[in-house]
Design a binder for this molecule. Structure first.
Ligand SMILES: NC(=O)c1ccc[n+]([C@@H]2O[C@H](COP(=O)([O-])OP(=O)(O)OC[C@H]3O[C@@H](n4cnc5c(N)ncnc54)[C@H](O)[C@@H]3O)[C@@H](O)[C@H]2O)c1
Length: 310
C-alpha cells in the first residue's frame, strides 16, 4: 500500500483521484488552499491539510505524512488570470512546484506525478500533437505549466526521484467548476440547465480533444504505481468541433440548443488534438469513456445538483 500526497485534492480532477486512491485502500493526504477547490469535494477518509503549496509550512506536511508518492495537481489553472497576473501565476505554478520538489528531495519521496497541459505546446504545427512537438506556449499559464516539467526532470536526474508528467487535453466531467473560466462543457451544461443563452466564440468549427475525468484518474493511478520516467499525453486522440459537441449536448440533455456566435477570442487555437499512443504503449493506459457516455454522466451530475438546489 502506498502513502500518497495529492496536492489540489479538493479540486475538480484531484478530488476524483483522491476518491479512487481511497477506494483502492491507499493512505491519502491532501494539500489544498481551497482557492478554487471545495470542502465538499474532500474525501473524508483522506487527511486534509488546508495549506498553500508555496508556504514554508509545507515541510511539516511531508514530515508528518511521509509520502511515498506525490500527485501534484494544485495550480493556478486559469489562462486569462495568468495573463492578468503572471507574477501570482508563476509563484503558484513554478515556485510552488519547486517547493514541493525540495520537500520530495528532503523526505526521499520515491515518485512524483505531475499534471501538465496541452497548453505547453502552443499553436500546433500539425495534429495530432505528439510529445516531441515543440513547446512554445502562447500564454503565461502555458509557460508556468511547462517550466516545472524541466525542474521535475532535473530533480529526477540529480536525486533519483521517479517522475511521470501527464499532459492533459481538455478534461471534463462532474465537479468541474462552471463559474468564471471553467471548461467549455461545464459552462454549456450550466447554460442549458439555467435556460441561458449559449455563446460560441468563433464559428464553432474549431476542434478540441475532450477527455473524461475518470480516464485522467486512471492515468494518474497507473503512473503512481510504476517506475517509468516519462512524459505522456493523456487524451482521446480524436477531436470534435464545438458545433458537434452542441449536437451531442442537445441529445443528452433532451433540450433544443440555439447558440449565438461571437467573434473568436484572440489566441484561440483552431484545431487541437493530442496523440496518446505513447501512453497506450508505455503506461498500458487507454481512455475508456466515449464522449457521449461521459457527457451523459456529466449532464446527470449537474442536473441532480440543479434539482437539489431549486
Ligand atoms: N481541467 C483541465 O482541462 C486541465 C487540462 C490540463 C491540465 N490541467 C491541470 O490539472 C490540474 C488540476 O486542474 P483542475 O481542472 O482540477 O483545477 P481545479 O482548480 O479544480 O483544481 C486545482 C486545485 O488546486 C488548489 N490550489 C490552487 N492553488 C493552490 C495553492 N497555491 N496551494 C494549494 N492548493 C492550491 C485549488 O484550490 C484546487 O482545489 C492542474 O494542475 C491543471 O493545470 C487541467
Amino acid at each position: 500500500m502506498l502513502r500518497v500526497l495529492v496536492t489540489g485534492g479538493a479540486g475538480f480532477i484531484g478530488s476524483h483521484v483522491v476518491d479512487s486512491l481511497v477506494e483502492s485502500g491507499q493512505t491519502v493526504a491532501i494539500v489544498d488552499n481551497l482557492s478554487t477547490g471545495y470542502k465538499e469535494n474532500i474525501n473524508k477518509k483522506a487527511v486534509f491539510f488546508e495549506m498553500d503549496i508555496t508556504s514554508i509550512e509545507l515541510t511539516n506536511v511531508f514530515e508528518v505524512f511521509r509520502p511515498d508518492v506525490v500527485i501534484h495537481m494544485a495550480a493556478q489553472v486559469n489562462v486569462n488570470r495568468s495573463i492578468i497576473d503572471p507574477i501570482k501565476d508563476q509563484k503558484i505554478n513554478i515556485y510552488g512546484t519547486v517547493n514541493i520538489l525540495e520537500n520530495c528531495k528532503k523526505f526521499a519521496v520515491k515518485k512524483i506525478v505531475y499534471s501538465s497541459s496541452a497548453a505547453v505546446y502552443g499553436y500546433p504545427k500539425s495534429n495530432p500533437i505528439g510529445e516531441c512537438h515543440d513547446t512554445e506556449p502562447i500564454s503565461f499559464y502555458g509557460i508556468s505549466k511547462m517550466v516545472p516539467e524541466n525542474y521535475i526532470k532535473t530533480y529526477s536526474s540529480l536525486y533519483n526521484l521517479k517522475y511521470t508528467i501527464l499532459r492533459y487535453s481538455n478534461v471534463y466531467g462532474p465537479r468541474q467548476d462552471f463559474l468564471g473560466e471553467g471548461g467549455v462543457i461545464s459552462i454549456f451544461l450550466n447554460n442549458i440547465l439555467r435556460n441561458e443563452q449559449i455563446v460560441v466564440f468563433g464559428n464553432g468549427k474549431q476542434t478540441r480533444d475532450f477527455i473524461y475525468v475518470h480516464d485522467v484518474v486512471s492515468a494518474n493511478i497507473i503512473a503512481a504505481n510504476n517506475d517509468i520516467n516519462g512524459t505522456f499525453n493523456i487524451s482521446t486522440n480524436s477531436s470534435i468541433t464545438i458545433n458537434q459537441l452542441l449536437d451531442i449536448l442537445e441529445k443528452v440533455s433532451n433540450r433544443k440548443i440555439s447558440p449565438i456566435y461571437k467573434e473568436a477570442r484572440k489566441g484561440d487555437i483552431e484545431k487541437s488534438c493530442l496523440d496518446n499512443q505513447n501512453a497506450k504503449n508505455s503506461l498500458k493506459w487507454s481512455p475508456k469513456f466515449e464522449l457521449e457516455m461521459g457527457l451523459q454522466n456529466t449532464f446527470d451530475y449537474y442536473h441532480s445538483l440543479f434539482i437539489n438546489r431549486k
